[in-house]
Structures are given as structure tokens and as C-alpha cells.
Design a protein around this ligand. Structure first.
Ligand code: C5P
Length: 220
């Protein structure tokens, strides 16, 4: 079976405040984008990678990753995934993976692909929520306590039957933040598998420090 991986990397990274698009921020000598692409390739289960990057960086990224398809991303993450999907060669399985989750262990890609090949149409890695979660009103007053045993914080890579993701995007309308959410809204059962703490998303300066510490620890 063949697998293609789409990596949206066209975000502006405003919450990170590094002054350049997030995926291009340096992390211990390599950009997040470089680390994400190499992580996907190291899994050994992906035949082809498609990146969506900010428009002005397409040429540079094509030079840096000659083996990869590079397209311009869009205003929202969903637009960037859509652009990558349109440029992807047909395959059996498609993975969608945030460049910002660049420390994801290669084994997680293997687990997601295996779960799709075992018959799930949509698979996401997720971790149990450890904090107690409260709902609040606009003034910040607690209105309830959510039962966290039924919650999962979901990560990427998210894996799909290629045809399931393609048809979901063909009739996508509302705004959605993850691809599983889109597929869910089309009535497809989304399965969860065990996620990995290292698949965390680098969003804030704190996350970037955490990632640097983890890499420094690894180098020792
Ligand atoms: O903004 P956030 O951290 O949720 O973005 C998740 C991933 O989606 C990042 O890798 C980011 O580069 C990508 N993205 C994108 N196009 C956008 C917004 C985000 O490719 N317009």
C-alpha cells in the first residue's frame, strides 16, 4: 500500500513571535520544517511528501527539499492542506502532519498508517487529558466540570483513506481546525490511538524552549 504525507507549514507563527513563519524558525541547528520532513521520511512508511509553505518561500523550499513536492499554502490551515492534497499523487493512505509537531517520533507515523491499513478510515493519535477541565461563562465563572475520562487531546499525524479525505475536502464548507474534524462532520468514524508527548505542537515561546531543552538532552 502507498502512503503520501501532507505537511502544512504555511502558518505565520504569530503566537510564537519569532518574526518569521513558524516552520522556518531554527531549533538547535535545523528548522522545524527540516525536522518535520526528516521525521516523516525516517518512518519508512511514506513514499511521497507534499509541503505547503508561505508563497514567498516556495522556491527556496524546493531547492532545500528536491525530493518533495512544494506548493503555496493559504490563509487558514485548511486552505494549506487543501492545496497540498490537490498536488499529491494518488495513494492508499494520506497522512496530514503539522510542521509545528516536528519532534514527533517516527514510530507514531508507523502506528497511524498501520491502523488505517487495518481498516479504520480515519485515525488520530490522542493523549488523555490530565488537567481538570472547567467550562466557564463570559465572566470566567465556572459553569461546569467536564468529565475528562471521555476526553482526548489530539495530535498529528492524522491518517485517512486517501478517498475519504479527498471527498471530505471536495465538500468542505465550515471552518474546521483539524482534518479529523472535517471527516467527522461527514459522518466517518474517527478512531484514536495512543499519542506521544513528543508529538506536542510548538505554538508559544515556552513550547520552543521546551523543544530546545529536549534536543539538548538528547545530544548529551
Ligand atoms: O497555527 P497552528 O500552530 O495551529 O498551525 C498548525 C500547522 O498548520 C503549522 O505547521 C502551520 O504552519 C500550518 N498552517 C498552514 N497554513 C495556515 C496556518 C497554519 O499551513 N494558514
Amino acid at each position: 500500500a502507498s502512503t503520501v504525507a501532507l505537511i502544512p507549514a504555511a502558518g505565520r507563527g504569530e503566537r510564537l513571535g519569532a518574526g518569521l513563519p513558524k516552520a522556518f524558525v531554527d531549533l538547535a541547528g535545523h528548522s522545524m520544517l527540516h525536522r518535520a520532513v526528516r521525521g516523516v521520511q525516517a518512518s519508512g512508511v511514506v513514499e511521497h511528501v507534499v509541503l505547503s509553505v508561505p508563497t514567498g518561500l516556495v522556491d527556496q523550499v524546493r531547492t532545500d527539499f528536491p525530493e518533495v513536492t512544494v506548493v503555496a499554502g493559504g490563509a487558514q490551515r485548511g486552505d494549506s492542506v487543501r492545496a497540498a492534497l490537490a498536488a499529491a499523487p494518488a495513494a492508499d493512505v494520506v497522512l496530514v502532519h503539522d510542521a509545528a509537531r516536528c519532534l514527533t517520533p517516527p514510530t507514531l507515523f508507523v502506528s497511524v498508517v498501520e491502523a488505517v491499513l487495518a481498516g479504520a478510515h480515519a485515525v488520530v493519535p490522542g493523549t488523555p487529558v490530565t488537567d481538570t477541565i472547567k467550562s466557564v461563562d463570559p465572566a470566567g465563572v465556572v459553569t461546569g466540570t467536564v468529565d475528562r475520562t471521555s476526553l482526548r487531546a489530539v495530535q498529528t499525524p492524522q491518517g485517512f483513506d486517501f478517498d475519504v479525505l479527498t471527498s471530505a475536502y471536495a465538500s468542505a464548507d465550515a471552518d474546521f481546525t483539524d482534518d479529523a474534524g472535517l471527516v467527522e462532520s461527514h459522518g466517518v468514524a474517527v478512531h484514536t490511538i495512543a499519542g506521544d508527548p513528543l508529538a506536542f505542537k510548538i505554538t508559544t515561546p515556552w513550547d520552543l524552549r521546551l523543544a530546545s531543552w529536549l534536543l539538548a538532552d538528547e545530544a548529551r
